[in-house]
Design a protein around this ligand. Sequence first.
Ligand code: SF4
Ligand code: SF4
Ligand code: SF4
Length: 310
Amino acid sequence: MNNQTTITRRDFLKLSGASALALTALPAFDGQALAGFLGSEQAANQMGILIDTTKCVGCRQCQAACNLRNNLPPLPEKILPNQTFPAQLSATAFTNVQFFQTGGAEDAPVFTTIKRQCMHCLEPACAAVCPVGAIVKTPLGPVTYDAEKCLGCRYCMAACPFNIPKFEWDSANPRIRKCDMCADRIAAGELPACVQACPTGALEFGPRKELIAQAQARIGKNPDKYVPYIYGLSAVGGTSVMYLAAVPFDQLGLNVNLPDSAVPELTLQVMDKIPAIAITVALLAGGVAWWRGRKTRAGEPESSIEDAEH
Ligand code: SF4
Ligand code: SF4
Ligand code: SF4
């Protein structure tokens, strides 16, 4: 006899019913409250990170520091030069340093490196679509996630215009995983771990409005060095993480076709694209994930879904 709990078909259907009810009980998105917050002093004082790709040397110390801070697997000792590792952000890589050939010749390529992570949007679509408030934009700027509240519906993954949130597909108690701007460190008056680790000053942390002024000054003083644009200043309503570069941002894998529109519009567009059936299936899956999470967190044995009729 094993120590697994069995979910019968009846249990599953009960969960399904609860999830379907949850669908009808989704809270309406409060655009007015968000608009009020965005116009407030609190929003103006938000913190951010300015990533100046012209100063980045691709050493990956930021990445190593992030993995350490978040208890993620350490980077391998040897990574091929000029290689993006891992190739994509994942549930075990909240940031990576991506390499793009932006000049030189085949036998002498010139690479530009760019650190990628959650953009901590001022009006985060991920938070706007979350039906249970598991993702929130905090007053200091970080967009944080609470696994205890998460249903596992993965709306946030569908909604994010930067393809940032990742799901722990291999876990029995899956969570959404992404950079949280080291919210606990910021609250304690420390720098985000990646910013602290960067040896070249490519990463700067500070009040977003000061970072913008600084970025504008750099561009103004070095018009031949920088493209005259701050990525993140206005895209999808603005982001707390912003970039400077010497080459057009689309050469660095950034989407330059994002609208400046506020989240409510973007969110509604996203929600329009998710067919009702997909939402229901997601909620069913979410109900199971939530149920399993509660059991596991309560110290009960992990469950398996079995069809009791067979
Ligand atoms: S980049 Fe994506 S995950 Fe990060 S705050 Fe914006 S919408 Fe959310
Ligand atoms: S801010 Fe923190 S969580 Fe985000 S990439 Fe940097 S070290 Fe990682
Ligand atoms: S630590 Fe700084 S210089 Fe090194 S890869 Fe990260 S951003 Fe670039």
